[in-house]
Design a protein around this ligand. Structure first.
Ligand SMILES: Cc1ncc(COP(=O)(O)O)c(C=O)c1O
Length: 494
């Protein structure tokens, strides 16, 4: 018998399942001629003893090899290498003509001037100043992995791994509706919920539904740049209204409404993006009244509702929407980790059904297994517990970050302590510019690039967001010291 024990290496530490390791080992032996056609394979019992693995593992591997056509089993005789093994020889249809892949397409295609490609961010030793993102090191990966595993091994999961609905998993829609009703005062059922792959998908779908070229959408001056670009991509005409300490200015909105046909307004009510101010309760009511009167849509992007540090948050406009004007957008990407693409779009049923139809032609359906996992994560109260836990940590980081900024670099910047969210709106003294800061900061292993995104119309506010939530106290300490060194060097340029 072939010395299987010495020629088949099984590594139990590897991520690859053992039966698959065994399967590829056998395929290798057949391909290199060690096992010729007709050769008899050891019994599953013998091989399992030789390799010190479970007999069921050997049986699973033999079954896989048989399905792939490498071996055949003859009842009462044993298992043999097939007489015709399935080695696929690829034929080049251009016979001998060697080609390398071209770098450029051989046809013309449309590039959209409004959209920007995503840049890869950051090498290990550098600190990237971000827009306000969660600390992924705090993500409850183990808890989610346990739920996911249980979901996958359950028999009734089979019904979900087929093609499903573009609306998203039914249980998750129910649990999201319940969660939003309890935490945000909404009054919705699952029929008002479309599961998206994050808030951005909700913004895109809303734009698809509402905007045709030249249609007017109102946004703040300043505004979340990805939303701007999404609307421009749909050919919309963007009208900007000022934002002060209470959020969007209503008098400007009223004026616009009386002079134009407004299709929609985009708002980040909880913390305006980028300046982090909260839209006041009074202005929320006024926007709802104007929307009813002029029949426009309110796209309420509540991207960071779960993060408030000083007092209870003001309920979203969606909680008082009796006339079907609000499309409410959110996700769990910010609360758990951006990689989990699970978000929601909330609106009247007619809008949700149309949005699901539109979504289907771009993304046939969401990730049902992930959706079931998150449905259970929400229903068990784990999402709320996780949010409460990180909220405490982020509050401590916000306080420390603002304190250190004040102590070390207040000569160069001004900022207000945000009452929630994950970022501080930092305005650089107008004597300086972010271009110089960005260039010099590289020397101190800081990456400051995003300032360009906060002033697309060159209004000259000299502000940019500094995310704080993703850094530990030690990292914040280091960040601020490096920032100080940067600013001091920028000062010498003057
Ligand atoms: C204001 C705002 N809206 C939407 C998004 C998109 O979030 P998601 O990851 O849920 O798509 C972001 C992400 O940073 C954001 O800042």
């Amino acid at each position: 018998m072939i010395p299987y024990k010495s020629i088949i290496q099984i590594n139990k530490e590897k991520d690859t399942a053992i039966y698959l390791q065994l399967t590829s080992a056998f395929i290798g032996l057949i391909k290199d001629g060690t096992l010729i056609s007709g050769a008899k394979l050891p019994s599953s019992r013998t091989l399992s003893q030789l390799l010190e693995i479970h007999r069921k593992t050997v049986l699973a591997s033999y079954e896989e090899l048989q399905l792939q056509g490498w071996i055949t089993t003859v009842p009462q005789k044993g298992t043999f290498v097939s007489s015709k093994v399935p080695i696929i020889v690829q034929k080049d249809f251009l016979q001998n003509k060697k080609t390398t892949k071209s770098e450029k397409a051989g046809f013309s295609f449309y590039k959209n001037k409004h959209l920007i490609a995503h840049e890869e961010k950051v090498a290990n030793s550098t600190i990237y100043i971000n827009d306000g993102i969660p600390d992924t090191r705090l993500a409850p990966l183990k808890e989610l992995a346990i739920i996911y595993r249980n979901v996958v091994v359950k028999k009734n999961t089979l019904q979900f791994i087929n093609y499903g609905t573009a609306h998203g998993n039914k249980d998750l829609r129910k649990n999201i509706a319940k969660y939003l009703n309890e935490t945000r005062g909404l009054k919705i059922t699952k029929d008002n919920v479309l599961i998206t792959r994050g808030s951005q998908m909700g913004i895109y779908l809303s734009a698809k539904l509402i905007l045709k070229p030249e249609d007017i959408i109102v946004v703040g001056d300043t505004n979340y740049i990805s939303a701007d670009r999404t609307f421009l991509n749909h050919g919309a005409s963007i009208k900007r209204i000022p934002v002060d300490n209470d959020g969007l200015c209503i008098s400007s909105l009223k004026k616009l409404c009386s002079e134009n046909t407004i299709k929609a307004i985009y708002i980040t009510s909880h913390h305006h993006h980028p300046t982090t101010v909260t839209l006041s309760a009074e202005r929320r009511i006024k926007i709802l009244q104007l929307a009813e009167k002029y029949k426009f849509a309110i796209l309420e992007d509540d991207y960071d509702y779960d993060f408030h540090y000083n007092h209870s948050p003001i309920l979203p406009l969606a909680s008082h929407d009796c006339n079907g004007n609000v499309i409410y957008l959110g996700s769990i990407c910010k609360s758990v980790a951006p990689v989990f693409r699970v978000g929601y779009m909330i609106a009247t049923k007619d809008v949700i059904d149309e949005a699901a139809t539109r979504r289907k032609y771009m993304d046939r359906q969401g990730d049902a297994l992930l959706e079931i996992t998150f449905s259970k994560f929400i229903a068990s109260g784990d999402l709320q517990r996780h949010t409460n836990k990180v909220l405490k940590i982020y509050k401590e980081r916000r306080d420390f970050f603002c304190k250190r900024l004040k102590e070390e670099v207040s000569e160069f910047i001004k900022f207000e302590i945000p009452n929630g969210g994950m970022a501080v709106w930092v305005q650089l003294n107008k004597k300086y510019n972010w271009g110089d800061v960005s260039r010099i900061s590289q020397k101190y292993k800081l990456v400051i690039t995003d300032w360009k995104n906060y002033d697309p119309i060159n209004s000259g506010h000299n502000g940019m967001r500094f995310g704080f939530a993703s850094y530990t106290i030690e990292e914040i300490q280091n960040l601020v010291l490096q920032l100080k060194k940067t600013f001091l060097e920028v000062k010498k340029l003057k």
